[in-house]
Design a protein around this ligand. Structure first.
Ligand code: ADP
Length: 625
């Protein structure tokens, strides 16, 4: 009895098949029509050859010993010439088909890659923190292109082999009705092997996704530039090499054992098919001996069975693989079906007008998969056009605050407000267009210096004068001027002619990129972490001039950076514990004053003296918030 589950799963598979074809059609469209026509022609030709061979053999048999006069040769010549011409056409068709297949596979791969790229940049950041997402992305990324191309190949194989088989079956059915049936039955064991193995292989592959990712990760550590210095200093090569081989050994052993059982089953399937062909040939030879068949008939049947069985095996293999490819493509569809939680509202509220005041009100927030709240009953207010510093120990929740303002996540409770409008009521894209950020973990883009700074605002093309202004704001202009090709210098050594920079220089390039975007809201996470106190002070003076009308949040652990802000918030364990100006906070006994004194005695006295010489006279008081 067919169970409800198997009907559902058959339905799901057919749906997947339709979706897979739609994916292919979207990727290559018109190519399929040309390809289909070529396959039908290519599929029909072998049967024509088999039939012409029968005519040729029969005519030859009639004329054996009849001499080489032209009227004797002519009846043999025509089928021979036709066979020759078909071989030539087959060769030509094969080349054209190869080209069409390659073109199709290139188009389809690019189409799928672009779907994956769009989806990977659309999903919430939360997805990157979920192993299940990584698994599905790895499955989609590593296999989807290969399997969709392969699906196309299988489909082609099914069409071509199917056409040939139908034509061959039509030829042999005239000898006996059961001959086509034998042809089909002899290939059934092979089908069983293929389908069973493909399902097992897919299950194995799904189970070991995480192991494979780990193996790739160890491989990355051992062969990439970024971890290379630590691998040497800490002598990690043998350690990671061992982990890699452990992972690979378990993957390899399971795969080899799977293949062993597959090849053994294949051997038995092959034997069965051979036995059946042998029996049919014996039957035909006996018929010939009784005068019921000609030599041509034997030749036809031999060719038809040999080709027919090979075709049947290939057809079934294609069908089996078609099934597997669909199983694999399911992961691509699963990945493409992930819908972001941070969604555009049904109707956008009008976007507020600058300057922007930011308020986080009574927020509870925990990271996906995390038990602990990163922010609890958290409230903070950043007045319009002011620069606010957020200080506090590691893990206090400072960077989390920046992520919430960007709306990478939505809080469990409470609101993030922009001039009183909840950020959930405006389009996430419009919100991000109004923000520029220097992340704590910024990206070192490979490209020319000017291009990597220009990435701050890609719409409207790169404006060189603004790139220079931005790099001045980031405090990196003079350094760029000294590079071999100035702003045209290629960054990152992984590409030809590239130069590498120090951590601090990279950070300033990132800072310049943040400044290149003329956004009214500036969020800077530890912008001075790589600067020495003197550089920091110089940069801060310029910074406060630059941000004048903009709303800025600087997350920092340096009190020398914080002290110049209009307002300082001190955070601890996901809460604001103090707020005020530097002077006000120093006058209180609390975390700020304690840390300030500790930093001073930790050797920053000199820097602070230097800083105070330049400290601007800013009248704004945090108490007014
Ligand atoms: P800070 O910037 O003050 O050092 P964060 O905002 O980065 O602190 O982190 C606040 C808390 O959230 C910490 O307890 C940290 O461990 C946790 N946290 C940060 N990022 C993640 C994440 N992606 N997943 C889970 N927990 C996180």
């Amino acid at each position: 009895m067919i169970s409800k589950k198997s009907v559902q799963s058959a339905w799901a598979r057919s749906y997947l098949l339709v979706r897979a074809f739609k994916l292919i059609w979207d990727g290559i469209g018109g190519w399929i029509v040309l390809w289909f026509a070529l396959l039908v022609i290519q599929g029909a030709l072998p049967a024509v050859i088999v039939y012409l061979t029968k005519i040729l053999v029969d005519r030859l048999a009639e004329r054996i010993g009849a001499g080489t006069a032209m009227d004797m040769i002519e009846p043999i010549l025509w089928p021979a010439l036709f066979i020759g011409a078909i071989f030539v056409v087959q060769q030509g068709l094969q080349s054209i088909l190869k080209w069409v297949r390659t073109a199709q596979s290139e188009y389809i791969q690019d189409h799928i890659k672009s779907l994956i790229h769009t989806q990977a940049t659309r999903v919430d950041l939360e997805f990157y923190e979920t192993p299940a997402f990584y698994d599905e992305m790895e499955r989609a990324n590593s296999q989807a292109e290969k399997h969709s191309v392969s699906l196309l190949e299988n489909l082609g194989g099914v069409i071509q082999n199917g056409v040939t088989l139908i034509a061959i079956a039509a030829l042999v059915v005239s000898y006996s009705l059961w001959l086509p049936a034998i042809l089909i039955f002899s290939a059934l064991p092979a089908l069983w092997v293929v389908v069973r193995h493909n399902v097992k292989h897919h299950e194995w592959w799904k189970i070991v996704t995480e192991q494979r990712r780990k193996a790739l990760y160890y491989d990355w550590i051992l062969t990439s530039r970024f971890p290379a210095p630590e691998v040497r200093v800490f002598n990690l090569s043998a350690h990671f090499s061992h982990l890699y081989h452990m992972m690979r050994r378990s993957l390899r052993e399971r795969r080899l054992s799977l293949l062993k059982s597959q090849y053994t089953a294949q051997l038995f399937a092959g034997m069965t098919a051979l036995l059946m062909t042998g029996s049919v040939m014996v039957w035909m030879v006996l018929r010939a001996l009784r005068g019921l068949a000609t030599l041509g008939d034997i030749a036809l049947l031999y060719q038809a069975f040999q080709q027919g069985q090979a075709l049947m095996r290939s057809l079934l293999a294609h069908i089996g693989q078609l099934y597997t490819n669909i199983l694999f493509l399911e992961h691509l569809f699963n990945f493409l079906d992930f819908t972001p939680r941070v969604m555009k509202p049904k109707t956008d509220a009008p976007f507020p007008v600058a300057p922007y005041g930011i308020e986080i009100r009574d927020v509870d927030f925990r990271y996906p998969g995390s038990e602990q709240l990163a922010l609890k009953d958290f409230s903070i207010s950043i007045p319009p056009g002011k620069t606010v510093a957020v200080v506090g120990p590691n893990g206090a929740g400072k960077s989390t605050l920046i992520k919430l303002v960007c709306r990478f996540y939505d809080p469990e409770k409470g609101h993030v407000l922009l001039n009183g409008t909840d950020v959930r009521d405006v389009s996430p894209r419009t919100l991000m267009d109004h923000i520029t950020v220097l992340f704590q973990h910024w990206v070192n883009y490979a490209g020319s210096v000017a291009d990597t700074i220009g990435l701050g605002e890609v719409t409207g093309g790169k404006q060189m004068d603004q790139v220079v202004e931005a790099s001045k704001a980031g405090g990196v202009h003079e350094f760029i001027d000294r590079l071999p090709n100035g702003y045209d210098t290629q960054l990152d050594k992984q590409f030809k002619g590239g130069v590498d920079l120090s951590g601090g220089q990279w950070q300033r390039i990132a800072l310049a990129r943040a400044f290149y975007r003329q956004a009214p809201i500036l969020l800077l996470d530890e912008p001075t972490s790589y600067m020495d106190p003197w550089e920091e002070n110089k940069w801060l003076d310029r910074f406060f001039e630059l941000v004048s009308e903009r709303t800025a949040i600087i997350v920092t652990h340096r009190f020398t950076t914080a002290r110049k802000a209009d307002l300082i918030y001190v955070m601890e364990k996901g809460k604001v514990v103090q707020s005020g100006t530097h002077e006000e906070l120093l006058a209180e006994t609390g975390l700020y004053a304690t840390c300030w004194n500790e930093q001073q005695s930790a050797g920053e006295k000199e820097a602070i003296r230097h800083v105070s010489k330049y400290a601007p006279d800013r009248e704004f008081s945090g108490r007014q918030v």
